[in-house]
Design a protein around this ligand. Structure first.
Ligand code: HEM
Ligand code: HEM
Length: 182
């Protein structure tokens, strides 16, 4: 996937940078890092905000201001081309997080996250599976809870809603610590 022009995306990114950081590494942990995220995944999220498939007060408004489908591709290409900074999580802190990420949790019927998000958390953009490595723990936890409550419902085939519905708060706390530290 490489549709957009990163240079054009950079020239469009000034308003985004206020929250997501000039290089896509946000400082506020409630705002996701976009740096190093898959281009196809980023474009899908922007289009989901534009169509209303994903709803967030701030981002629905922001995405609505993007002038064209081409500009979506350029913005996605720019942030995808940036390098993710290290996350705040500690992958060695919570063993339970590593176990669930790598092997799932059979007793709760949670499948391994690594199957889709990759053994090192970098995702698989051909399938639009997002990168999780280095992402803010606060943002990751908010998304898992939003999938669990159904507030976020833009995952094709309910892949994430099904998994999150089987996770306890303790499972989520452990996993986000692990993946943010990858
Ligand atoms: C989420 C892009 C402007 C705050 C996102 C996501 C993308 C994105 C792709 C989803 C990330 C993911 O799923 O991992 C952009 C672009 C912008 C822009 C291209 C400029 C055109 C802003 C601004 C703010 C902001 C100005 C703050 C005022 C947020 C927040 C979320 C988010 C809070 C999480 C929303 C949620 O939970 O659904 N943004 N953003 N963004 N962005 Fe932006
Ligand atoms: C999205 C975590 C397992 C497929 C996400 C997001 C998180 C996450 C935090 C949102 C990322 C963001 O907003 O930037 C996890 C965890 C898992 C897990 C902790 C294990 C417990 C899986 C599995 C699959 C999968 C097994 C595939 C069958 C996806 C997809 C999305 C996603 C397709 C993007 C949905 C969309 O388009 O909005 N995951 N995931 N995940 N995950 Fe997972």
């Amino acid at each position: 996937f490489a549709k957009g022009d990163p240079a054009k995306g950079k020239s469009l990114s000034a308003t985004c940078s206020a929250c997501h950081g000039a290089d896509g590494n946000s400082s506020n942990p409630e705002w996701p890092k976009l740096a190093g995220q898959g281009e196809g995944y980023l474009a899908k999220q922007l289009n989901d905000y534009r169509s209303g498939a994903r709803v967030n007060a701030v981002m629905s408004a922001q995405a609505g201001l993007i002038a064209s489908d081409e500009d979506v591709e350029h913005l996605a290409a720019y942030f995808a081309s940036q390098k993710t900074t290290a996350g705040a999580g500690d992958k060695d802190k919570v063993e339970e997080g590593r176990l669930i990420y790598k092997g799932g949790k059979v007793s709760a019927k949670i499948t391994a996250c690594a199957a889709c998000h990759g053994p090192t958390g970098v995702g698989n953009d051909a399938a639009k599976f997002p990168r999780l490595a280095g992402q803010h723990t606060t943002y990751l936890l908010a998304q898992l809870k939003a999938f669990r409550s159904g507030e976020r419902a833009n995952d094709a085939g309910k892949m994430m809603r099904n998994i999150a519905s089987k996770m306890s708060d303790t499972d989520m706390d452990a996993i986000v610590e692990y993946v943010s530290g990858l």
